[in-house]
Design a protein around this ligand. Structure first.
Ligand code: ADP
Ligand code: MG
Length: 358
């Protein structure tokens, strides 16, 4: 076998008049990878997916799949199938006929169509549903039919545009797990679009975070969440505390930063006077008394202003830093005794802090 990526986007852009829907996007997707395109509404996710599927032709750049240039190739000739958010099922056809439709288009014999459609229904947990009408199905079941129809033609790449967006939370979580199992069992390549960072983190091998049509950050969920490359990533991937800092000096490999929480030293380098941000997740802020050291950042005292009990933990909002006017969000154990107005001393591990330029 070879190690060539299955899908290659090479400096792909899409312009609609003045609107830059995709901006110089380059990425490699490996065979068997579960890639999630994540980003806010209007960031260009659908445009990028749709260029992979052939429904949108790039203004610039090149797309190849399995070594073949498909930039201008129509969807039907590509080794891709797209599952749209609205499922696009045929309401007048039975479940089985819907699932077999792509095979009919590919001129597969009737006997093979039925066999493969039934196998696909088995794979999505809809054994025996073939004779039903589409209107006799729940939202989650319709989603499964759309998936079964897509996998029946055994595409090299399955493209999914917010496929779980219409489902309620519990079914969405269940379908997230099932999608991952399906992708692993088929050893297929999935590209999945969502604006939900929790969904992205729970299903992706790699996340491409899309912002203004371009790739803001790209990597495995743990890296994207714990070591965001940019401030946009830090803010988009859940809650974070962002501490403004100014470089005040350098000490070997450590850069000294002056902040409202006192001086912080972190690995890095930069010009004195330059502005930086120090990012700490709420769960990385700890309660207790510690002196600052190479390993620990002492953040001083903060005053608790709001407490939200969430079962597994308490979310604490507090004010701290010089002047006691910086908002801090942290977490405590569910049984941690605290009331609004309490003063807490807080600190963090220096290795948890992420130092960002922009
Ligand atoms: P997302 O899927 O992330 O919400 P889209 O890819 O749908 O984003 O859209 C990206 C940008 O391109 C948006 O500003 C959108 O308005 C614009 N856009 C998308 N499709 C078209 C189109 N056919 N004509 C004009 N503008 C479009
Ligand atoms: Mg979209």
């Amino acid at each position: 076998m070879n190690n060539e990526p299955l899908v290659v986007l090479d400096s792909v852009s899409k312009f609609y008049g003045d609107v830059i829907a995709a901006n110089d996007v380059s990425m490699n997707i490996a065979q068997g990878e579960f890639l999630v395109l994540l980003g806010p509404s209007g960031s260009g996710k659908t445009t990028i997916l749709s260029m992979m599927g052939g429904f949108t032709i790039p203004s610039k750049g090149k797309i190849s799949i399995a070594g073949e240039d498909v930039t201008d190739m129509s969807p039907a000739f590509r080794p891709t199938v797209t599952v749209f958010q609205d499922y696009a099922l045929f309401p007048h056809m039975s479940v089985l006929d819907n699932v077999a439709f792509g095979l009919l288009m590919r001129k597969v014999s009737k006997q093979d169509r039925i066999k493969r459609a039934e196998e696909s229904l088995d794979k999505v947990g809809l054994t025996g549903f073939g004779k039903r009408g589409i209107h006799q199905l729940s939202g989650g079941q319709r989603q499964r039919v759309a998936l079964a129809r897509a996998i029946a033609v055994e595409p090299a790449v399955l493209l999914l545009d917010e496929p779980l967006g219409a489902l309620d939370l519990k079914i969405r979580h269940q379908m997230q797990e099932e999608l991952v199992h399906l992708q692993q069992n088929l050893n297929a390549t999935f590209v999945h679009v969502t604006h939900d960072q929790e969904e992205a983190m729970s299903i992706a091998d790699n996340i491409a975070l899309i912002n203004h049509g371009g790739i803001e950050d790209y990597g495995p969920p743990e890296r994207i969440y714990l070591r965001p490359a940019t401030l946009f990533t830090a803010k988009f991937m859940g809650e974070s505390n962002i501490i403004s800092a100014e470089i005040s000096g350098q000490d070997d490999d450590l850069v000294k930063l002056s902040t409202k929480f006192g001086e912080i030293a972190l690995p890095g380098a930069g010009e004195s006077g330059a502005e930086r941000s120090v990012v700490l997740r709420p769960e990385q802020i700890k309660i207790g008394t510690h002196d600052a050291s190479e390993r620990l950042i002492a953040l001083g005292e903060c005053k608790v202003s709001e407490i939200i009990f969430q079962g597994t933990h308490k979310v604490l909002y507090a004010q701290g830093g010089q002047g006691m006017d910086t908002h801090i969000q942290l977490r405590a154990a569910p049984d941690f005794a605290v009331v609004v107005g309490d003063m807490l001393e807080i600190y963090a591990e220096a290795s948890d802090a992420v130092l960002l330029t922009h």
